[in-house]
Design a protein around this ligand. Sequence first.
Ligand code: PLP
Length: 424
Amino acid sequence: MKYSELDRTGLLQEQDRCRKTYEALKAQGLKLDMSRGKPGKQQLDMVSGILTILSDPADCLADGLEVRNYGGFSGLPSAKALFADILGCRPEECFVGGNASLNLMYDTISKAYTHGLLHSEKPWSKLEKVKFLCPAPGYDRHFRITESFGAELITVDMTTTGPDMDRVEALVKDPAVKGIWCVPKYSNPDGIIYSDETIQRFARLRPAAPDFVLMWDNAYCVHEFDGDFVPFPDILSLCREAGNADMVFEYASTSKITYPGGGISVMAASEANQKYMQKLMTVQTIGFDKVNQLRHVLYLKDKAGTLALMKKHAAIMKPKYRMVLDMLEREIEPLGIAEWQKPKGGYFVSVNTMDGIAGRTLELCKEAGVVMTPAGATYPYGVDPRDRNIRVAPSLPPVEELQQAMEIFCVSMRLAALEKLLAA
Ligand SMILES: Cc1ncc(COP(=O)(O)O)c(C=O)c1O
């Protein structure tokens, strides 16, 4: 029964039914959080071995470095080798940082503003105008970094193969366009893997700005929850081959491999970029936490070890995604009021409702005790022009709670759609 095919009486009857269901669920007084992509407790407990793997001080000598002491500014060599193995780049292209890749991303943009990047004519703060491309729906924290420095954010639509590349290629002809945010594998929130063609077009981009930066956030590089690891090209090699070696900065972290907040991160870039950036970075820190870097090397070992661990995460994650997708298929699909991707990795399910009801749906969810990512968050400036994208983050609640949360979510969306249709 598509809602669009119901007459007014049918809509009112359906509204009555949904309202009763909603009130009954609301009366349960639930308090559920599906707002951010956090691993659940079971996942955190599963990797507890990392807490004890380094207990003997004699093991703190690694790669010829005393990890408890200063030294090794750009990271433990074996931690660089670990990330290079995972990303497919070279160890010497890796800078291993602290517990948040977002911090390294912020720092790159911040340095572009204060000092300029390797090929900048001036620091961006000295320019009249800086524009930054934001594929949307996308990751709110990316958008906020560039917004906080005063860049004008330009929305580029996401397609099923990645950002709309015709638009990207046209926009980069403007020298004020200084970069783009990308989550190339299991994009946040759509869970889309950029196609080979999209990746090649990025590598071969010919921006007017000499210091255009491809912010390649490979946060979900090994995060399949359904099926085997999907190989992914190394963007650093592709850019180098296309004569754009210094255009790209790639980021990743172990936030959703071991602990968010207690993991390690990487910034991969050409050796020329590393030399330039590290000279600036030595002013701000003597180095990141090599003890934790060593713990991660001992625990994950290499790409194969990391992928084996990700299979265990997948076993916990998959039933949660199944639950979300099954509920949407059963409760929403026949009504024709929303569409969504069916990701096989990453941390989200991105739902596009009929226009104009995302905000109202989330308001109803909140009233019934379910907190979700705010409507609009996946768009620059927090404004979704069609008020339709909702990011569902199923990883944190246990499956039973997730089912209750999804029941509330589905009935809230139905009510929001009915309100809209009845008001038309
Ligand atoms: C695309 C993306 N990048 C980065 C992060 C944060 O990573 P980190 O914990 O390494 O700062 C997230 C977390 O949700 C994310 O979705």
